[in-house]
Design a protein around this ligand. Structure first.
Ligand code: FEO
Ligand code: CA
Ligand code: CA
Length: 615
């Protein structure tokens, strides 16, 4: 049964709530939608092949070579093997475990103890390993395959997992929880055949109390100021990620609303915007608001503090002194991940999902050549346009610009800063297409963009882009933008309905984290109840033939996420999140250090014959 035991879904439950009150749910003609579904399902391979062929000439990128049986040639992990309290992997592969929660950020740092101490936790790897990116050592290309900085998101850890109790008893407890969230930037290297942490001067922890800064159109807005004038601090619920052509890390704030709440006995009425972003009196049950007024929605002096979360944050992985920058031009919503490509005129383009039932897909396009802007000392992410997607039933789509110059927005919003801070409400006005929980976006080498729509149990009316109601298992949609990513229209199709794999050896549900390698292999990490008693898994898909194979499976009650590789693609890193939901009776993973609690960790995957991972 799906999600019966998935604590991820319980604690971050608001993904599965509907906070979009609009009627942007296009009520399609049943016959037309049924025809669309037939076209997608029956014509899957030929449609996909034709789609790729027709598009391969429009960019300078290498086109994906049509059907290649050797592309994913490995022996797949069977369904029967994909279960248990310990990870399992294809017989052609092996794995090792790296940087579990609580390990020191530097080799001589404080070692793990349970429950953690707040001061130590700020010098240790956080929990809830999610999106991550490997930044190879730049000294020489070969060294970059053995050493680099790994930037890792720490999305969340429940109080019961982190503190060993459901509620904090003090501000010190809250600080432990806050320091376990955020990002680790950690130096890793391969020595004597084993990956380990080394003493990197750029290593750092960024958490909920780290000083940050804002840039872009909303940076000076009063919507980001509080009455008591506290300076911006912290990143929160960092889920998926991205990286930039200039070598920085992008971390995405997703379910930030769940950390705010109202202490018992205090009065609070949600504003329209707070409702649209899902704020509630109880939040997710972290109870930070009981001891830290910054997270108390009823505390007037901290009004607008909540507007400081929900952004894409840029981090320099090689400069520990850099202040993380929240890029407001990319809009405020429940950011899952960000797929960055260089488009026409070297403009930088970012594709992003807002993970909530019936929420939207966005893209940002920089105003100019990103190299020119950076030479002028400007960030390409501070100057540009934000769009939201409308998927039409004829397999075309439109990017609708979120601009205060649009009369539909100027009649409801006072400035571009307000449009960006309440991007969800602005997108509601423009008639964007409500999607089935858009999780990660990923760019293929031919310019095709993929997005994992993980599931939507609340959908009752289908449209062509969300063709199942309810959508228990999710699907992966893809599109190609006109005008090399900078246009306002696109063509799309559905790459895979997860339900279509049920009862087969390639069975999977709830696609979430995705990554496309330079050969066009689509890696899929899942998060949700899998069929046949399987744990969450890592699969590899051939984007031309649609063939899917299972490479790896995690442990009971976890999630597989955060896919990144070394430049030579001989080493892949993935993350296991909320292993056993923190319950030692479900798994003792990673079986090192303190055996009272399971610990989220990174998995290092290599082929036994040293080949490209995924092949
Ligand atoms: Fe953090 Fe939508 O997954
Ligand atoms: Ca996710
Ligand atoms: Ca998910």
């Amino acid at each position: 049964m799906e999600r019966e035991y998935n604590m991820r879904e319980i604690k971050n439950h608001s993904d599965n709530e509907i906070v979009n009150p609009t009627s942007n749910r296009t009520m399609q003609d049943v016959v037309r939608v049924a025809a669309s579904r037939r076209k997608i399902i029956q014509g899957g391979i030929s449609l996909a092949a034709g789609f790729m062929a027709s598009k391969s000439a429009w960019g300078q990128r290498t086109p994906i070579i049509p059907f290649n049986p050797g592309l994913i040639g490995f022996t797949p992990l069977s369904r029967a093997e994909a279960t248990g309290s310990w990870p399992t992997i294809s017989s052609d592969y092996e794995f090792e475990i790296l940087i579990p929660w609580g390990d020191p950020l530097l080799p001589d740092g404080p070692s793990f103890s349970y429950p953690p101490d707040a001061e130590n936790q700020a010098k240790q790897i956080g929990i809830g390993h999610d999106g991550m990116w490997f930044f190879p050592d730049a000294d020489d290309p070969e060294a970059g395959n053995r050493r680099g900085m790994l930037a890792v998101n720490h999305e969340f850890g429940t109080n019961s997992h982190v503190l060993g109790k459901d509620d904090p008893d003090s501000l010190a407890d809250v600080r432990v929880s806050q320091h376990a969230h955020g990002v680790s930037v950690v130096g890793i290297e391969r020595e004597d055949g084993v990956w380990r942490v080394y003493s990197a001067c750029a290593a750092r922890r960024i958490h909920v109390n780290t000083t940050v800064t804002f840039s872009g159109p909303a940076a000076g807005s009063e919507l980001l100021q509080t009455l008591n004038g506290n300076s911006p601090q912290g990143i929160l619920n960092n889920c998926g990620c991205g990286s930039t052509p200039w070598g920085t890390y992008l971390t995405c704030e997703e379910n930030f609303q769940g950390y705010f709440g109202v202490p018992s006995g205090r009065r609070w009425t949600a504003s329209t915007a707070q409702e649209r972003y899902g704020f509630s009196e109880g939040g997710f049950g972290y109870s930070w608001h009981e001891f830290d007024k910054r997270f108390d929605l009823s505390w007037t002096a901290y009004r607008n503090e909540e507007n400081r979360f929900g952004w894409v944050v840029e981090i320099d992985p090689y400069n520990a002194g850099q202040r993380p920058v929240k890029r407001t031009a990319l809009g405020r919503f429940k950011h899952e991940s960000v797929a960055v490509v260089v488009g026409k005129d070297r403009r930088v383009v970012a594709y992003m999902g807002d993970d909530q039932q019936f929420d939207y897909i966005y893209k940002f396009v920089s105003s100019e050549d990103h190299v020119k802007l950076r030479h002028e000392g400007e960030s390409p992410f501070d100057h540009g346009k934000l769009y939201v997607a409308r998927f039409n039933d004829d397999f075309t789509g439109d990017w609708l610009e979120l601009t205060i110059d649009d009369s539909r927005l100027s009649s409801n919003f006072s400035s571009q800063a307000e449009v960006l801070t309440y991007a969800r409400l602005a997108a509601d006005e423009l008639g964007a297409t409500p999607m089935d929980r858009p999780e990660w976006t990923a760019a293929a080498p031919d310019g095709t963009i993929y997005c994992a729509c993980t599931n939507n149990s609340a959908r009752t009316a289908t449209d062509a882009a969300n063709p199942q109601a309810p959508n228990a298992d999710g699907h992966i949609i893809r599109w190609v933008d006109d005008d090399m990513h900078v246009g306002t229209s696109f063509e799309w199709d559905i790459f895979k309905l997860a339900s279509s794999t049920h009862g087969t050896e390639e069975s999977f549900s709830d696609p979430d984290s995705i990554y496309v390698d330079p050969d066009g292999r689509l890696f899929i990490g899942t998060d949700g109840g899998q069929q046949d008693g399987m744990n969450n898994q890592l699969l590899v898909a051939d984007t031309v033939s649609g063939t899917v194979k299972r490479l790896f499976a995690g442990v009971f009650d976890d999630e597989v996420t955060g896919i990144t590789m070394t430049p030579n693609r001989r080493t892949m890193f993935v993350n296991l999140q909320h292993v056993g939901n923190g319950n030692i009776n479900r798994t003792s993973f990673p079986g090192m250090g303190d055996y009272r609690v399971p610990r989220d960790a990174t998995i290092v995957i290599t082929r036994k014959d040293g080949g490209i991972v995924g092949s």
